[in-house]
Each structure stands twice: as structure tokens, then as C-alpha cells.
Write a protein that binds this ligand. Structure first.
Ligand code: HEM
Length: 380
């Protein structure tokens, strides 16, 4: 398949990436085709033996692989989960959390040491705690849930790198974390009060076990927190590259959400949105065989209509022309809340720390994997 595609003259907007063995999509029009095409799907292999029976017993814990198979986006219950969850993450409900996000960000910013690393000391704890608070987790559980989030994020990255063998210590740590997550889930379902927990309660009636809800909480933590850290880091690097911009944000003359949107348009946390060809088709103008990996280049699509502009001017294109949070049926569930969390983090930083300095040349953001990774974000 790759040989055939590699030898074919591809239409504009398509490129065969021989090194990574996948078809790159670079134009907005072809990205739209891919994201609507019924022959090209998200990475779900429902035929995999054992997936349907992957539910652990109530008092057992899932293996690491089993845990990832319990995620709602790869489950047969995707449609009802998606319907319920979309009601929780609307623009209106995201707006109702803004005061809380601003208060939590202001407290974090005021407590920052004189110098350190902003990703580690500020963005990571703020995005963790504000997400926990939003989903209704009691404050006493935040330190433990931080450990769950960090381990799940680490294991997910390992999985993306192809690691499937885990050492005994890692498996034991995972089992302990899973027992805690399951216990927390059952307590939330029994006692907590939040729009997310209300939806989770309705969804928990669909299965004989609450493991899918525990997996859902794990999935939201993994899907959301790391890209927000990357988005916050990208935005702060750009903001502090413009000597005027922190002051304009502080004075409220420029909107932090608009600035963050433009920064993430130019440098999106996810390099690609991936799809897989499920049935033979020619919808992209070339014959595609099942199994072909299609990688839509987020940055190329974002910048096709208008190249990078100074972030102080905000995002120059329509929201629908931006692929930072995906598009169509799998559009990011957390886009509305993530945008407000990143904006609240920036606003609090410029307000509480007027003298803060970030040397853009010292910032390290690794772009090797699909989700960029913050290696260093030193501030003083
Ligand atoms: C700056 C932060 C974020 C970025 C850049 C981002 C980006 C994305 C992108 C590009 C997709 C589409 C993937 C695809 O079509 O294959 C996506 C999907 C998703 N995101 Fe986000 N995301 C962010 C934050 C969050 C947060 C905070 C949450 C959870 C609260 C979240 C939960 C999800 C989920 C569950 C999906 C899958 C939706 C579905 O398949 O129906 N994301 N995200």
C-alpha cells in the first residue's frame, strides 16, 4: 500500500510520509473530506478479540492494556456516553466555571516561588486542581488524584511509543492507583454533586460495574491536562516574547482567550489528528487501502487561510477554520473548558506577577511526538 502511494503522483494537499509510513493531509478542504468520510475512521479496532469482555470484576483491577480498552471513545457505548458528556461540556457550563478558574489561578500565581519552572510549578498543579474541582472531586482527594493523573499520562505516552511490557513495580503501582480510582469513583457516584457526576450516574446504569466510569475519569484527566500544559507553555512563550503584551493583558486591553487561541493556532499542542482507512476508497482522489494511516497536519490546516500574526491581534480566522481542537463528530469534548482554563492561567499570571520574566530562548518544547511535550519553561 505504501509502495503504491509512494509511487503515485499525489494531488495538492497530500504527501506520502515514507519515514513514518503515513499519508499526510495538509489542506483544509482535504482535512474536511477525511473528517467526514465514512471509510476513514478513528483508531478503533472493534474486532480485537477480548475487547467486549474486558470488564474486570468489582474487586479486581484492570491490567494496563485493559484499562485503555475501557475508555468510552473505544467502547460500544460511545454514542450514549458522547451524548451525555457533550451536555456537561457546553459553552454555557464552561462559562459557569470561569470565576472558579480565575480564583484558583490567582491563588496559584500569588504562591509561586521567585523562580522555577512554570509548567511544573504553575500550569500542571493549576490545570489538575481546576479540572478536579470542575468534575466535582472533593479537595481532600486532589493530591491522590494528581498521582493517578500522572501515572495514567505516563503509561499512555509509553503506549504511544509502542511499550506493551511493564515491569512488576509499574504494574503494582498501577494496581494501587486503580484501586484508589475505583474507590473514588464509587464515592463520587454515591455522594458528589456536579453536572459531570450527575451525567456519570446516569451512564453508570448502563453497565453492571462502575469500572467504565472510573476509566472515563482517567481518560478525561489524560486527554485534557497534558495538552493544556502544552497550550499554556506555548502561549506564555509567545506572550513574553512581546515586551508590551503582558501589560496589555494585565490592563484588560487584550483578551487572554484570543491571544491563547492565536498562539495555539500557530503551534497546536497536537501535531496531527489521526484517522485510519477502514474500507477501500478514493475519496481523497487516490486509491486508499484499508489500514492506511492518515495524519492531518494541524498546523498546516490552521495556517492555510492566514499565516501567523502577532498574538496581540488575536486569531485572524473563523473558529471553524482552526483544527487545534479537532473538527466534526470527535471535536474535543473539553475544548470550551480548556480554552477558559488556559486563558484564566495567563490572566492570573500577568496580574499577580507583573515582574515575571520568561526567556523565550530557554523554553524547550519537544515536538517529536504527536502531543508536544514541555521540557523546560523557566521563569524568574
Ligand atoms: C489545550 C487543550 C486541548 C487540546 C489542544 C485538545 C485537542 C483535542 C483534539 C485535536 C481532539 C480531536 C481528536 C480526533 O479527532 O481524533 C480532542 C478530542 C478529545 N478531547 Fe481534547 N484537547 C484539549 C483539552 C481537553 C480537555 C481539558 C479534555 C477533558 C476535559 C479533553 C477531552 C477530549 C476527549 C474526551 C476527546 C475525544 C472526543 C471524541 O472522540 O468524541 N480535551 N482533543
Amino acid at each position: 500500500m505504501s509502495v503504491a502511494l509512494a509511487a503515485t503522483a499525489l494531488p495538492d494537499g497530500l504527501r506520502w510520509d515514507a519515514g513514518r509510513n503515513r499519508l499526510k493531509v495538509l489542506s483544509p478542504a482535504l482535512a474536511d473530506v477525511v473528517l467526514r468520510d465514512p471509510h476513514i475512521i478513528t483508531g478503533v479496532d472493534r474486532s480485537r478479540a477480548g475487547m467486549a469482555t474486558a470488564m474486570p470484576e468489582e474487586n479486581a483491577t484492570p491490567s494496563i492494556t485493559q484499562f485503555f480498552e475501557l475508555w468510552y471513545t473505544v467502547s460500544d457505548n460511545y454514542a450514549p456516553f458522547n451524548t451525555e458528556l457533550r451536555k456537561v461540556f457546553t459553552i454555557r457550563s464552561a462559562d459557569s466555571y470561569v470565576d472558579m478558574f480565575e480564583r484558583m489561578a490567582a491563588e496559584r500565581a500569588a504562591a509561586l516561588p521567585a523562580d522555577g519552572d512554570l509548567a511544573r510549578d504553575y500550569f500542571s498543579p493549576f490545570f489538575m486542581d481546576s479540572t478536579f474541582a470542575m468534575i466535582g472531586v472533593p479537595e481532600a482527594d486532589w493530591p491522590n488524584l494528581t498521582k493517578v493523573a500522572k501515572l495514567v499520562i505516563h503509561l499512555f505516552k509509553q503506549q504511544l511509543l509502542g511499550v506493551t511490557d511493564y515491569g512488576a513495580r509499574e504494574q503494582a503501582a498501577f494496581a494501587a492507583v486503580m484501586r484508589y480510582l475505583k474507590d473514588l469513583t464509587d464515592r463520587l457516584l454515591a455522594e458528589a454533586d456536579s453536572p459531570f457526576v450527575d451525567a456519570a450516574r446516569r451512564l453508570s446504569a448502563m453497565d453492571r460495574s462502575t469500572w467504565p466510569i472510573a476509566a472515563l475519569i482517567g481518560q478525561l484527566l489524560m486527554a485534557g491536562i497534558e495538552p493544556m500544559i502544552v497550550g499554556g507553555a506555548i502561549a506564555s512563550r509567545m506572550v513574553w516574547s512581546d515586551p508590551e503584551l503582558p501589560g496589555l493583558l494585565r490592563a484588560g486591553e487584550v483578551d487572554a482567550g484570543e491571544v491563547a487561541e492565536e498562539c495555539m493556532r500557530q503551534s497546536p499542542p497536537f501535531g496531527n489528528v489521526f484517522r485510519f482507512v477502514a474500507e477501500p476508497c478514493s475519496c481523497l482522489g487516490v486509491p486508499l487501502e484499508p489500514g492506511t494511516i492518515v495524519a492531518i497536519d494541524t498546523e498546516a490546516v490552521n495556517l492555510a487561510e492566514s499565516g501567523p500574526t502577532a498574538p496581540v491581534r488575536g486569531c485572524p480566522v473563523r473558529p471553524t477554520a482552526v483544527l487545534t481542537f479537532g473538527r466534526g463528530g470527535h471535536y474535543c469534548l473539553g475544548a470550551n473548558t480548556a480554552r477558559r482554563q488556559v486563558a484564566a492561567a495567563l490572566r492570573a499570571l500577568v496580574t499577580a506577577r507583573p515582574g515575571l520574566r520568561i526567556d523565550p530562548a530557554a523554553v524547550r518544547i519537544d515536538t517529536h511526538n504527536n502531543l508536544k511535550e514541555v521540557r523546560a519553561l523557566p521563569y524568574s
